[in-house]
Design a protein around this ligand. Structure first.
Ligand code: M6R
Length: 566
């Protein structure tokens, strides 16, 4: 995820901003930049790659001024290059932004229609132009101009704005993206995350969604974005260590990323689901209706967790787009001599977009004339660059090595792909598409609810601390979930685990089940429910210890489980 730092006071701002950005480096980024109010107006410096490159740019042409904003960018719209790095400027206004502007396509078209020239491919630049236009139209203050711009914008944002003719003033705003204000002595700060501030202050104010603030060295004025109503908010004292702060108070990055899943899925769905039209808006897939109808086979290539997401994608493509689909793990494509036939639609799934085996499969597919779509998390990485289209998951950087939020955002992207193809192939009726998309839209809220079970889940895990082997079972899309569960357990707990299609249990693995063996059964109330319950009963008959992942309130399943809480 991107990082924001803003400072206004009496000290030279550039070193403070760069140091603040350095404290956010753990979040990952691909470019960085600053805007500082200097005697010449707002000046910017930007650089691709590490902060050392921005440092070098500042050494060769320094920026001196006591008010400024800084940003580290993780690309979501547009390649990671200098033109797309923040801040973005329009007239005297400079803006840094985290998040995604949902209606960026229509706003950009509208602004271009009024003769506005864009210097980047980002959604952020729209905000800079809207603020600038509002000022030109007579907004009485920078705050008023930002408020008027934000009324046009839909989506998630944390922004910080400076203007060359508003010395010593920063305006920030927040909607669905974190933003915290730091209170100093005759100086004030804003940042997207607390670690950026801890070297300067431990007194912070957390902005709520729908709020904005005007920062000067003398104070902070918080108001509601929509109507300008003043907000009074007490500050908090933060006593976290810098390392604790980086992990957002969680014990480790993986746990933090597990809890980030609802937000990551919301960002992946944002602007792409049109419930009214019962369709997915994703021109970046690069497939017309005519092309979709000609697809003869969908051929997924991926490794590890991404291959498990692809397996779920395979089920959805077959169900909703009625086209045969297969999943091949990248290394096996490399080891064999796969025949990709030109009507094939190859979907390469990769979080990093750089996995060599998946990349080799993409090259083989391209060489044989297949159309390749990348489903990736890292914008402009090797696999999307080598593909004909890309559907990005917007999970943000995954710092924990074990994939968590990237897996679930891949699932969201692949379900959208299946709907997209189904609608264009004419195999998915409007009502059914709307039902699927509506269900997908509610996933983040359901995830938030599931995450409140963390303590209960911890207690179950504790009970199985000494297990040496574990079995994971599921049917349909529950099968790849079982494979992924087993992979996670091996990778994180070093406990041997196997994932099986539940229907395969009787063909061998049943011999392993005894009272020592915990068996995780994925058994939501779907079309496979009854059959999976029979498998679960077979496990119980052999005294295996069942841990069921089931639908909330399913007391029938709960009775067959260890602690009986559904
Ligand atoms: O970046 P990719 O998705 O292409 O990586 C593929 C696998 O290495 C990866 O999914 C791996 O299995 C997970 N990080 C395991 O948690």
């Amino acid at each position: 995820m991107c990082g924001i730092v803003a400072y206004t006071g009496s000290k030279d701002s550039a070193p403070i901003l760069v140091e603040g950005l350095r404290r956010l480096e753990y979040r990952g980024y691909d470019s960085a930049g600053l805007a500082v109010q200097t005697p010449k107006g707002v000046e910017i410096r930007r650089a691709v790659g590490k902060l050392a490159n921005l440092d070098a740019a500042l050494r060769s042409t320094p920026l001196t001024g006591t008010t400024g904003v800084g940003h580290t960018r993780w690309a979501t719209h547009g390649r990671p290059n200098e033109a797309n790095a923040h801040p973005h400027v329009s007239g005297k206004v400079a803006v840094v932004h985290n998040g995604i502007i949902e209606n960026h396509v229509e706003l950009r078209r509208e602004l271009e229609g009024r003769g506005v020239r864009f210097a980047s491919d980002t959604d952020t630049e729209i905000v800079a132009h809207l603020v600038s236009e509002a000022r030109a139209a007579g907004a009485e203050s920078l705050t008023a101009a930002v408020r008027s711009a934000l009324k046009r914008v839909r989506g998630a944002y944390a922004i910080a704005v400076v203007a060359g003719d508003c010395p010593g003033e920063i305006v920030v705003a927040k909607q669905d993206s974190p933003l915290v204000l730091g209170i100093g002595q005759e100086e004030n700060f804003a940042a997207s995350d607390i670690p950026a501030l801890l070297a300067y202050t431990r007194d912070v104010i957390l902005l709520d969604d729908g709020e904005m603030a005007r920062l000067t060295s003398g104070g902070i004025e918080i108001t509601v974005i929509t109507d300008g109503a003043p907000v009074t908010r007490e500050s908090k004292r933060i006593d976290w260590s810098p390392t604790q702060a980086e992990k957002g108070g969680y014990k480790h990055f993986m746990l933090k990323e597990i809890h980030e899943q609802p937000r990551a899925i919301e960002d992946t769905l944002r602007g792409r689901i049109d419930l009214q039209a019962a369709d997915v808006i994703a021109a970046e897939i690069g497939v017309t209706e005519e092309h979709a109808k000609k697809i003869g086979r969908v051929y997924f290539v991926a490794c590890g967790t991404s291959a498990h997401a692809a397996m779920a994608g395979r089920y959805w493509i077959e169900q909703l787009a009625r086209v045969p689909a297969t999943v091949e793990i990248g290394s096996e494509v490399r080891s064999g001599e796969p025949a990709f036939l030109p009507p094939d639609f190859v979907v390469a799934v990769s979080q990093s977009g750089e996995t060599l085996d998946t990349m080799a499969a993409v090259k083989a597919a391209k060489a044989q004339g297949a159309h390749v779509l990348a489903v990736a998390n890292v914008v402009d990485s090797a696999i999307p660059r080598a593909s004909d289209g890309s559907l990005y998951t917007h999970a943000g950087p995954e710092i924990g090595v074990a994939s968590t939020k990237c897996f679930t955002t891949q699932l969201a992207a692949l379900l959208m792909l299946a709907v997209y193809l189904g609608r264009r192939r004419g195999t998915l009726p409007e009502g059914e598409a709307r039902r699927v998309l509506n269900a997908l839209w509610h996933v983040p809220a359901q995830m938030r609810e599931a995450l409140t079970e963390a303590e209960h889940i911890k207690a179950i895990a504790k009970h199985h601390l000494r297990a040496r082997d574990m079995l994971f079972l599921g049917r349909g899309t529950g099968f790849p979930m079982a494979l992924e569960g087993a992979l996670k357990l091996k990778e994180i707990s070093y406990i041997h685990a196997e994932g099986y299609a539940a229907g395969e249990m009787k063909h061998g693995p049943i011999a392993l089940i005894d009272e020592e063996m915990p068996v995780v059964v994925v058994c939501p109330r779907d079309v496979h429910y009854e059959k999976t319950i029979s498998n679960l009963q077979e496990v119980r008959a052999r005294e295996g210890q069942v841990i069921a992942i089931c639908t909330k309130g399913d007391t029938d399943v709960a009775k067959l489980c260890l602690d009986g809480a559904p």
